[in-house]
Structures are given as structure tokens and as C-alpha cells.
Unconditional design. Structure first.
Length: 206
């Protein structure tokens, strides 16, 4: 089972934009849902790209299940993010002008893609997510973020994403030279709050 590349777009047309924001939806969500959040972000002059998961799910089990249980969906999902980045690059947008925003399962997928493909990007916001796998395989993560700003927002506790994995992810990204900002909200629940959008704006979309 694999995903079919299906990128929904909004904002400035890709061939006219200098910056792109790739938005990755969560389990049960849609590309259109996550694109609607862009109204809270300072991205008026960005092309907005959101890949759509087959059946609204990027992979079937928890992100901390053994990786092979989530295959082949997981590898296919990572490829969908890669193809979305490629679409922006092929349109002439430099990687340092490509930004990411992911929520929940989409945050995990975004962080996994970034850690496997570290380079100087514009920045990333991952709300309630961490790198994927029952154990962290550090060998999968290569490259240098060269100061890319990353914002990690989460609730403690969160039913799906243990806080320990968020901290472990932050540490890996820092080792790879990302400028990581974490914000933990006590008992906030599995959703995005207004302050997280404001922090994404102040850290990434200045």
C-alpha cells in the first residue's frame, strides 16, 4: 500500500513565489484542513503546498510502533514529503526558502523527513510530534541544518506523543545544528493553540 502524490495548493502560485510552506496534516485530517491554518500564519507571500495522505492516514499504527509495522506506508509517506519539496525546488525555490508546518502524525512525518534530509531550510514548526520508531535509529539521520529554526510545541501529557520523544527529537535536531525552540503546555490536549501559531510566526515567519 502506498500513497499517490496529491498536492493541494493555496497562497501565491508556485511559479511566482519566492518562498514555500509545506503543510502536513495529521491522521484523519486533510490537506485542506491544514491549509486553512495558514490564515493564522504570516505567509501572505508564500506558495502553500499540502500533500494529501491516502485514506487520510500517513501510516497505520502509532509513530512509536516498530517501524516495520508501519511499512510500506511510512516510506511512501516520507517520499510524498520529498516529492513536495522537489516540486518547490523545481519551481526555482531555494531550500533555504522552504518552510514546514506539521501537526500530530504530520508533525512526526515532517520531523522524520527533516532529520533524514538535514540541510539549511527556512524553518519548521512541528506541533505534537517526534521522530518515528519504537527505538530511535540515529544512523537514519544525516546532514546539517546550518542553523535552521525549528519550533516544537506539545502538551504534557499527550495521549499519542510522549514528552520524552519530543525532548529526544529536540536533542537530535540540535546535534544536527538546528536552532530548536520547545514549548510544553501542561494538560493542553491534542490540539494546536493560538500561542503556538504566534510562536511559529515569531520564530519562523518574522
Amino acid at each position: 500500500m502506498s500513497h499517490i502524490l496529491n498536492i493541494k495548493t493555496a497562497g501565491i502560485p508556485l511559479n511566482q513565489a519566492e518562498k514555500a510552506l509545506i503543510m502536513v496534516h495529521g491522521r484523519g485530517g486533510s490537506a485542506q484542513d491544514i491549509l486553512s491554518l495558514s490564515q493564522h500564519l504570516n505567509v501572505k507571500d508564500y506558495a502553500l503546498l499540502a500533500p494529501q495522505a491516502l485514506n487520510h492516514t500517513w501510516y497505520p499504527f502509532s509513530f512509536i510502533a516498530p517501524v516495520d509495522q508501519n511499512e510500506p506506508w511510512l516510506s511512501s509517506a516520507i517520499e510524498m514529503v520529498e516529492e513536495t519539496v522537489k516540486a518547490a525546488v523545481d519551481a526555482g525555490i531555494k531550500p533555504e526558502n522552504i518552510y514546514f508546518f506539521g501537526f500530530s502524525q504530520g508533525a512526526c512525518l515532517t520531523l522524520e523527513f527533516l532529520a533524514r534530509n538535514a540541510q539549511k531550510f527556512g524553518g519548521a514548526a512541528a506541533i505534537i510530534g517526534g521522530v518515528i520508531g519504537d527505538k530511535i535509529n540515529r544512523e537514519n539521520y544525516k546532514g546539517d541544518f546550518a542553523g535552521t529554526p525549528v519550533f516544537l510545541g506539545t502538551s504534557n501529557p499527550d495521549f499519542h506523543v510522549p514528552i520524552e520523544r519530543v525532548y529526544a527529537t529536540a536533542n537530535i535536531l540540535r546535534e544536527m545544528n538546528a536552532e530548536v525552540t520547545e514549548k510544553v503546555y501542561a494538560n493542553f490536549g491534542h490540539s494546536i493553540n493560538e500561542e503556538e501559531m504566534e510562536l511559529a510566526n515569531s520564530i519562523l515567519f518574522k
